[in-house]
Design a protein around this ligand. Structure first.
Ligand code: GDP
Ligand code: MG
Length: 298
C-alpha cells in the first residue's frame, strides 16, 4: 500500500497560543514515553460529526464535512508531522444504513486498516440525542467483533454538539452525565467490560464555528472546559493506560471473530460426539437388525 503523504502539521498554528502551548506540551510528554507516532481511528454512525471532529483536532479542513450523506464515502487517513511526532487520524464512513450496520462499510474500513496500528479509538455520537437503542448496540458489537474487545481499552467516547442547552430545566452536567451513562452502558455490554464508567472516558466536542471562546480565545464548552486541549489530553492518557495498541493484521481481518479464539475445540467436540456417541448407537442398531434377522430365520 502506498504510504500516505505526511505533511507538516501547520494547522496547529490556527489554534490560539494557549491551545498550542498545551498541545505541544502533551506531544512532548508522549515523546518522553517513547511514543513518536499516534494513530487515531474515528468511528460511529453517519452525521454525528466524525469528520468535523477530525478537522477540529487537526485545525484544518482536511476531510469533507457534509450535512447529508456523501456519495462514495471511503476511509481517509490524515497524517501530520510536528517536531518528529507523527499524528495520524483516520476518518471513516458512517457505520449505519437503513437501520442496520453497513457490513460493506465495515469491511472496507477493515481492509483500509490492514497492517496499521490503532492506538486510540474515538467512538463518536451526539450529546443531544435522547435515547440509546438497538442500533447503538449493533454498532458497538460490530466494532468489538471486527477488532476484538481490547480495542475498547483504547476507546474514548466523543460527544459532539456539546454546546447544548439541556431541556426540562436539567443542568448541563446532569444532562451530560445521564447521556454518557446511557451510552456507556451499551458500550460496556458490547465491549464486555464490567466497570465501564471507570474504563472509558467520555469527552465533549463542539465543532461549530459559533462555539463560545474564553479570554485566551480558546473554544470552550458551557462548563468552561477548553475542549480541544481536553480531547488531546484524554488521548494521551488513554495511550498511557497500560493497555496495548491494536495491530490490524490479515488474521484479524479474515479470521474468525477475534473474541472467539478459544472456541477452536467446538468442532473437536462435534467430531468426538459423532465418532463415539453416534457410532455407539449405530452399532446397537446394527446388532438389533442382526438379532431381528436371526429371530426371523428361526
Ligand atoms: P459525519 O458524517 O459523522 O462525518 O458528520 P459530519 O462531520 O460530516 O457532520 C454532519 C453535520 O453535523 C454537518 O452539517 C456538521 O456541520 C454538523 N456538525 C458536526 N459536529 C457538530 C457540532 O459539534 N456542533 C454542531 N452544531 N454541528 C455539528
Ligand atoms: Mg464524515
Amino acid at each position: 500500500m502506498a504510504s500516505p503523504l505526511i505533511r507538516e502539521w501547520t494547522g496547529i498554528q490556527q489554534f490560539p497560543p494557549a491551545t498550542q502551548t498545551t498541545l505541544i506540551e502533551l506531544l512532548a510528554q508522549l515523546k518522553e514515553k517513547d511514543v513518536s507516532e499516534l494513530t487515531i481511528l474515528v468511528m460511529g454512525k453517519g452525521g454525528v460529526g466524525k469528520s468535523s471532529t477530525v478537522n477540529s483536532i487537526i485545525g484544518e479542513r482536511a476531510v469533507t464535512v457534509s450535512a447529508f450523506q456523501s456519495e462514495n464515502p471511503r476511509p481517509v487517513m490524515v497524517s501530520r508531522l510536528r517536531s518528529g511526532f507523527t499524528f495520524n487520524i483516520i476518518d471513516t464512513p458512517g457505520l449505519v444504513e437503513g437501520g442496520y450496520v453497513n457490513d460493506q462499510a465495515l469491511e472496507m474500513i477493515k481492509r483500509f486498516l490492514l497492517n496499521k496500528t490503532i492506538d486510540v479509538l474515538l467512538y463518536v455520537d451526539r450529546l443531544d440525542a435522547y435515547r440509546v437503542d438497538n442500533l447503538d448496540r449493533q454498532i458497538v458489537n460490530a466494532i468489538t467483533d471486527s477488532f476484538g474487545k481490547d480495542i475498547w481499552r483504547r476507546g474514548i467516547v466523543v460527544l459532539t454538539h456539546a454546546q447544548l442547552s439541556p431541556p426540562d430545566g436539567l443542568g448541563y452536567d446532569e444532562f451530560f452525565s445521564r447521556r454518557s451513562e446511557a451510552l456507556l452502558k451499551v458500550v460496556g455490554l458490547g465491549a464486555k467490560i464490567k466497570k465501564i464508567q471507570d474504563a472509558i472516558p467520555v469527552v465533549l466536542v463542539e465543532n461549530s464555528g459559533r462555539c463560545t471562546k474564553n479570554d485566551s480565545d480558546e473554544k470552550i464548552l458551557p462548563n468552561g472546559v477548553a475542549w480541544i486541549p481536553n480531547v488531546v489530553k484524554t488521548i494521551t492518557e488513554v495511550v498511557s493506560n497500560g493497555s496495548k495498541s491494536i495491530f490490524v493484521d490479515k488474521k484479524l481481518i479474515d479470521g474468525p471473530n477475534p473474541n472467539e479464539k478459544g472456541k477452536w475445540f467446538i468442532p473437536l467436540i462435534a467430531a468426538f460426539q459423532y465418532f463415539f456417541i453416534v457410532g455407539h448407537y449405530q452399532n446397537l442398531i446394527k446388532k438389533d437388525i442382526a438379532a431381528e434377522k436371526e429371530s426371523s430365520k428361526s
